[in-house]
Design a protein around this ligand. Structure first.
Ligand code: TA6
Length: 291
C-alpha cells in the first residue's frame, strides 16, 4: 500500500494476515516502523525526527552507502539515506528468497548529480520483507553497472526499540577486537561476556559472528540480529552526547546494532553483485541460568 506519510513523503506499508506491518519511506529507502501482531513498535523513531529532505531520518533503519561514517572522502554515512528510492516492480529473481510473504522491492541508481561526488555507476536493490514467523528481513543487492571496479563501505543502522538502555545487554561479541569510534578508532579487545550500557558507547566490532543478541531484561524479550555478507558490526548508544534531532531522554529507548562492512571495503568488478542480508526476530528471553 502506497500512501503519503509525514510531510507528504511517500511510504509503502506492507502487512501480513496476522496484523504485523512494516513501513518504508521512499526517501532514504528507509524502514521507519515494524510492528508485531499486537501492534507493538519494535523499532525506535526519535521524538524529534525530521522528515524533511535532505535531513536524514533519525530512527528506523537508515541505509549507509557507499561510505560508512567518516571513513572516506564522502559526507558521513554516504548519501543514499538522503535520496529518493523507487519501487522496483520487476526485480531480478532472488533464488535465496523465492516466495516472500509480504514484501516490497526498492531500487536506487546513481544519478548524474551523484556521479559527480562518487563516480561509479551502481544499482542498489533493497527487498524489505516480513517472514512467516514475523521476522523482518532486509536484503541488499549492490551491482556494479560501470566499466571499472569500485570499492564501498556499508552499514544498515537499525535503531532497535528497548525498554530502558540500562536494562539490556548485547551478547555475541565477547573476545572480539573492536575499534573505539570515540577514540579515533583505536583498537581494543572486548573481554566482557556481554555489553552493558552506562555511558556513551560507539564501537566497530571486527569480524563478528553472524548472530548478535539484544537481551531486554525488563521486557523479557530478546532481539536476535542475524547478518550475512557483512563481517563487521557496530554497537552504538549516544547517551549524554548531544544529537540535535534526538529528544533528551530518547537515548534510553534504543540501541543501534548494525551489520557493517567497514574494515575491509567491498570490491565489485563491472557487472558483479554483492548481497547482504539482515534478518531480525524478537523472541521471549531464555530463562536466566544464573550466570
Ligand atoms: O554507527 C554509529 C555512528 O557512526 C555513530 O558514530 C553516530 O554518529 C551514529 O552513527 C549516527 O550518525 P548520524 O550521521 O546519523 O548522526
Amino acid at each position: 500500500e502506497r500512501t503519503k506519510g509525514i510531510n507528504g513523503l511517500e511510504k509503502i506499508t506492507i502487512r501480513d494476515r496476522r496484523g504485523r506491518s512494516v513501513e518504508v519511506y521512499l526517501y532514504g529507502g528507509q524502514v521507519t516502523s515494524w510492528k508485531n501482531e499486537k501492534g507493538e513498535e519494535l523499532l525506535f523513531m526519535s521524538t524529534k525526527a525530521i522528515f524533511e529532505p535532505p535531513t536524514p531520518i533519525r530512527g528506523g533503519i537508515p541505509v549507509l552507502f557507499p561510505q560508512y561514517s567518516n571513513t572516506g572522502p564522502l559526507p558521513s554515512h554516504g548519501f543514499v539515506r538522503q535520496r529518493f528510492w523507487e519501487v522496483d516492480a520487476n526485480p531480478p529473481p532472488l533464488p535465496s528468497h523465492p516466495s516472500p510473504n509480504a514484501h516490497v522491492d526498492l531500487i536506487l541508481k546513481s544519478s548524474p548529480e551523484d556521479l559527480k561526488i562518487w563516480p561509479h555507476k551502481y544499482e542498489y536493490r533493497l527487498r524489505v520483507a516480513l517472514g512467516r514467523g514475523g521476522d523482518l528481513t532486509l536484503i541488499s543487492r549492490v551491482k556494479n553497472s560501470d566499466v571499472k571496479p569500485f570499492n564501498f563501505t556499508f552499514a544498515l543502522h537499525p535503531y532497535f526499540a528497548v525498554s530502558d538502555i540500562s536494562e539490556i545487554q548485547v551478547e555475541g561479541l565477547q573476545n572480539l577486537d573492536y575499534l573505539d569510534q570515540q577514540k579515533n578508532r583505536t583498537r581494543f579487545t572486548d573481554h566482557e561476556k556481554a555489553i552493558t550500557f552506562n555511558s556513551q558507547l560507539d564501537r566497530l566490532y571486527l569480524s563478528t559472528p553472524n548472530k548478535i543478541r539484544i537481551v531486554d531484561h525488563k521486557k523479557k524479550k530478546t532481539v536476535v540480529v542475524y547478518k550475512k555478507g557483512t563481517v563487521d558490526a557496530v554497537v552504538w548508544n549516544p547517551w549524554e552526547k548531544k544529537v540535535v534531532d534526538l529528544g533528551v531522554e530518547d537515548y534510553r529507548h534504543f540501541v543501534a546494532v548494525e551489520p557493517a562492512a567497514v574494515a575491509k571495503p567491498i570490491t565489485l568488478k563491472p557487472g558483479q553483485e554483492w548481497k547482504g542480508v539482515l534478518q531480525v526476530c524478537v523472541v521471549p528471553s531464555r530463562r536466566s541460568t544464573g550466570n
